[in-house]
Design a protein around this ligand. Structure first.
Ligand SMILES: Cc1ncc(COP(=O)(O)O)c(C=O)c1O
Length: 406
């Protein structure tokens, strides 16, 4: 219900700035007692370690180089006057839809996948609903499910870190309203097959199944074609980002793609101005630049194989990855390794606070010369902390049972 009240007085002169010395008859209480919603009080917080990143950034799975040169060309056409105009999302949605073989009504551009996750949860989750996902995984699912007052049902992978497909299927209940599948998964690099995704979606027709394909380009397999062709279960929505392969993490842009019957309500719930005009311009310039994408993806695949070989030669346990990062187990010396890498100018991410990953570290894969630097730093760092394969055989015992996300 919307109610309106008429203003009681309109004393300010048009155009006059408010006087800072204007007397006020309202007493200000310095300690307001207003409480945020219970769900917001209870939801977990995400504090990514963003400070002090002036080094080789192999810690956040971003593109480590630069976006397509077409982005620079497009941005050079920006004018100051252009910045005064509200952004128009629809024409760029049409361009992106065409690039993906979709209808414009099947695509919603978002303020990166972070907002896409928020919008899916905001649109589909009621208090008391259940939302399923496998862990360890990306933290923003927890944050957004929690913010809606829904219950996050986490299916923990075993030591293999393979997607726990059977157990996730068994966890579906009539209360399940959302299932989030991530392929490739962050921070494990593990993937799912199309058959697994279809089986889950078919078993939960009463739920939305969001497939997070943030790292799709480095893997190459997708269910986007099911959306395009209307094949497979009709309750699947795909999320993609421009932060990874496309190199636009700073502009914050991503997308949701799915049947219009599922996307329409999300569009209704979104701000019409959620993606800024600079990001929209950049996206139209680079979405179809396959020369650039092919080059970058080839760099990453080659670099990934080199990092994997280096870890294997040092007998560091590591997990197979189809993304632009590799997860490995250092064991109790995980903090020393991260510090030793930092001292050599290379940032890597300690994943020890993720469930089941005590003593694990993740390295993002960059382009060839960055891989040279990373490999030299890895060799030096493992030597400097006097690491032996026996260290990698155990997780960090101090962290066992005390796992929390950072
Ligand atoms: C699996 C996964 N999904 C989504 C995101 C969010 O990407 P963005 O919000 O930059 O589009 C990330 C970021 O690291 C991720 O790892």
């Amino acid at each position: 219900m919307i109610t309106t009240t008429e203003p009681t007085s309109l004393t300010a002169k048009p155009g006059a700035p408010p006087s800072p010395t204007a007397p006020s008859s309202v007493k200000v209480d310095a300690t307001p007692t207003i409480q945020p919603r219970r769900a917001v009080q209870a939801m977990p917080e995400y504090h990514p370690p963003l400070n002090g990143r002036d080094a080789l950034r192999l810690d956040f799975n971003e593109n480590t180089h630069a976006p397509s040169p077409k982005v620079r060309e497009a941005l050079s056409t920006l004018t100051l006057e252009g910045l005064t105009v509200y952004p128009e999302r629809a024409p760029v949605e049409a361009v992106v839809a065409e690039a993906l073989g979709l209808q414009p009504a099947q695509v919603l551009l978002t303020n990166a996948v972070d907002e896409a996750i928020h919008l899916v949860c905001f649109t589909y989750l009621e208090e008391g609903d259940e939302a399923l996902f496998a862990t360890p995984s990306f933290f923003m699912y927890d944050v957004n499910i929690g913010a809606m007052g829904a219950t996050a049902v986490r299916i923990q992978a075993d030591e293999s870190l393979v997607f726990p497909h059977r157990r996730l299927l068994e966890a579906i209940t009539p209360k399940t309203k959302l299932i989030i599948l991530v392929s490739p998964n962050n921070p494990t690099g593990a993937v799912m097959t199309r058959a697994q995704i279809h089986e889950i979606a078919a078993a939960a027709r009463h739920a939305v199944v969001m497939v997070d394909e943030a790292y799709f380009h480095f893997f190459g397999e997708t269910v986007m074609d099911d959306v395009a062709n209307g094949t497979g279960p009709a309750n699947i929505i795909v999320a993609r980002t421009f932060s990874k392969a496309y190199g636009l993490a700073n502009l914050r842009v991503g997308l949701l793609a799915g049947p219009s019957v599922l996307i329409d309500p999300i569009r209704k719930a979104s701000s019409p101005y959620n993606v800024n005009g600079v990001a929209l311009l950049a996206v139209s310039a680079c979405v179809s630049d396959t020369d650039y994408l092919d080059w970058y993806v080839a760099q990453i695949r080659e670099g990934r194989a080199r990092i994997e070989r280096t870890l294997d030669n040092m007998k560091v346990p590591r997990w197979p990855s189809q993304a632009n990062f590799v997860l490995f187990r250092v064991g109790p010396k995980h903090k020393d390794l991260v510090a030793a890498m930092r001292a050599r100018g290379v940032l890597v991410r300690d994943r020890s606070s993720d469930p089941g990953l005590a003593g694990y570290v993740r390295i993002t894969v960059g382009i060839a010369d960055q891989i040279d630097t990373a490999i030299a730093a890895l060799r030096d760092s493992f030597a400097s902390i006097q690491w032996t394969p026996a260290d990698g055989a155990t997780p960090d015992p101090e962290l066992e049972g005390a796992r929390e996300y950072e």
